[in-house]
Design a protein around this ligand. Structure first.
Ligand code: ATP
Ligand code: MG
Length: 561
């Protein structure tokens, strides 16, 4: 269940007005119409929140309609992933429908237009037809077949449908106006011949409707009231309306409303380019944690609630713009701060031996257990016991043999706090053959149990740690932006030129507290001081860094004043 909210934007204002005026008898019905030719991405999440969110806010319904009018690019596999991704985002379509279910009705209506002299069969090839389109301020040229008699058009259309003609040999066109100032109305194509197998209708059809001929009519058949789409369909709206005005509709004419696509910095959403990343092996697949697909974002640990909130609150307008990815990350961080349990993990472990740590009667080191809260933001998450012993791991860069100025973490002679445990002081180090520090020796102050000194003395650093004998080992994937440039392709025109060659770094041998053996696939936890990390959906013992802890978005906003 999602939060319907009470948002306002130009689309919702329009819906509100229609409700007040009773335009659709008080009904609100939208649809989300993906083409099943790829995986949904962050841009689709925006469309989904607009389509479903608007309907929800006004007590209406939103259907999922698969816009499956192109047999050559569509596959059943995509259909399943689309259903799954929408459910993951938190929405439930009122019904799952297919444009291909309307092929018969669309065809019937096409014959109707032919009979009324509003459509004709053109025997010219695609190239010739587009050469005759003209341009802005340049009139088009009528096709020599434009004034074919109705009976001949009807006969040819039926024979096109019956499969008598090869691909590309003829099209059905609407007869509107080859001099119309809007190019979309210069006798647009309604049907093409394609002897292709369709993943739902099989070989039943060999003519397929164009987007424009299918879309508005599908809306009308389903009794959609508000057909919300992106800005590139702006110039198609007069055609959308023209088709609907010629036909005997089952309900009031739906209206098309366009809004600006969601674009993000450092992100590419073009399916063609994303497909290339997959094909080239630049990423592991469509669900790689670096991909802007919903599957990728999910693997990365982005909560659906954060995507919904971002897409909704970023606003819906008619002005194209690019949102900062840091703003999206701020939503992710805000959500995870509430929901993610805290754990301790050491990504680049350095061994620390506490020389004055007590041993049992049998000579083995004592284990102490500290009770720590799972999430300071949410006491209901309870506490857990974390083991502590005389042998620990800390982050390699939390120790400096020769501390640079302003380095306040562990160094020889310096006392620091091990979070929630004790104050320790480093005393000496061991090196390997090439001079790297392999082990730090330290002493602890037994009077500082819990992390505070009874005499009130202060330390400048608190560090996370993991008890060595209790640690488990995991792999951690760290990420940078997949594209280095804020606007990929800005300089060269090709987004893939801006690919970041070091977008992923996998660290093996990370040491984490034992409780992390119990994460569920996809669960996101905060590794203290390091960021939020998602347990991989498939591979146990692998974590993806979702986002760091620092709010870069706040810093950007501050800089921008
Ligand atoms: P792509 O360009 O990525 O292939 P598309 O528009 O061809 O996207 P469709 O499957 O046809 O993909 O899109 C389904 C719906 O999602 C459409 O209504 C489309 O306008 C919308 N949509 C696609 N990309 C975005 C985006 N970046 N922002 C907002 N809505 C989008
Ligand atoms: Mg499309």
């Amino acid at each position: 269940m999602t939060e319907a909210g009470s948002y306002s934007d130009f689309i919702r204002d329009r819906v509100r007005k229609d409700l007040e005026e009773g335009t659709y008898g008080g009904r609100v019905q939208t649809r989300f119409p993906p083409e099943p030719n790829g995986y949904l991405h962050i841009g689709h999440a925006k469309a989904i929140t607009v389509d479903f969110g608007t309907a929800e806010q006004f007590g209406g319904i939103c259907n999922l309609r698969l816009d499956d009018t192109n047999p050559d690019t569509e596959e059943a596999e995509y259909f399943t992933s689309i259903l799954d991704d929408i459910a993951w985002l938190g929405y439930t379509p009122a019904a799952v429908l297919h444009a291909s279910d309307y092929f018969a009705q669309l065809y019937e209506w096409a014959e109707l237009l032919v009979e009324r002299g509003l459509a004709y069969v053109d025997d010219q090839d695609g190239e010739t037809i587009s050469a005759q389109r003209g341009g802005f301020g340049k009139p088009g040229t009528n096709s020599p077949f434009r004034d074919r008699p109705v009976a001949e058009n009807l006969d040819l259309l039926r024979r096109m449908k019956a499969g008598e003609f090869p691909d590309g040999s003829r099209v059905l066109r609407a007869k509107i106006d080859m001099n119309h100032e809007n190019m979309a109305l210069r006798d647009p194509v309604m049907y093409r011949i394609r002897h292709s197998h369709h993943f739902r209708t099989g070989d039943e059809w060999c003519i397929y409707p164009t987007y424009d001929w299918a879309h508005g009519q599908s809306d009308a058949i389903e009794k959609v009231t508000h057909s919300i789409c992106t800005l590139e369909f702006d110039t198609h709206r007069p055609l959308y309306d023209w088709y609907l005005e010629q036909l005997p509709l089952p309900a009031e004419k739906p209206q098309q409303i366009e809004f600006a696509r969601l674009e993000l910095t450092h992100t590419v959403t073009s399916k063609r380019r994303l497909a290339k990343l997959v094909a080239d092996g630049t990423v592991d697949g469509w669900d790689d944690a670096r991909m802007p697909t919903l599957r990728g974002l999910r693997r990365r640990g982005y909560p659906a609630a954060a995507l919904r909130a971002f897409c909704t609150e970023v606003g819906t307008t008619r002005t194209n713009s690019r949102q900062n990815i840091e703003a999206l990350e701020a939503y992710v961080r805000r959500e995870l701060n509430q929901t993610a349990q805290r754990r301790m993990a050491v990504l680049r472990p350095l061994r620390v031996v506490i020389d004055n740590w007590p041993t049992d009667a049998d000579g083995s080191p004592v284990t102490e257990k500290f009770e720590v809260g799972n999430n300071p933001e949410n006491p209901a998450d309870g506490t857990r016991l974390v083991s502590f012993s005389g042998e620990l791991f800390i982050e390699t860069d939390d120790f400096a043999e020769v501390p640079p100025p302003k380095f306040f973490r562990l160094s020889i002679g310096r006392e620091v706090r091990l979070r929630g445990a004790y104050l320790i002081t480093a005393t000496s180090v061991e090196h390997d053959a090439v001079g790297n520090v392999t082990c730090v020796h330290a002493t602890y102050d037994p009077a500082t149990r819990g992390g505070d000194a009874p005499d009130g003395r202060k330390v400048k650093s608190t560090m996370h740690w993991v008890s060595a004998p209790h640690a488990i080992e995991v792999e951690v994937a760290l990420y940078e932006r997949l594209f280095t440039a804020p606007v990929p392709g800005d300089a060269t025109g090709e987004a893939l030129d801006d690919l970041n060659p070091t977008s992923r770094q996998v660290l093996a041998g990370c040491k984490v507290e034992a409780a992390l053996a119990e994460v569920t696939p996809g669960q996101v936890v905060q590794f203290e001081r390091l960021g939020y990390f998602a347990a991989d959906l498939d591979q146990s013992g692998l974590f993806h860094r979702t986002v760091g802890l620092r709010d870069e978005w706040a810093a950007i906003q501050k800089r921008q004043g």
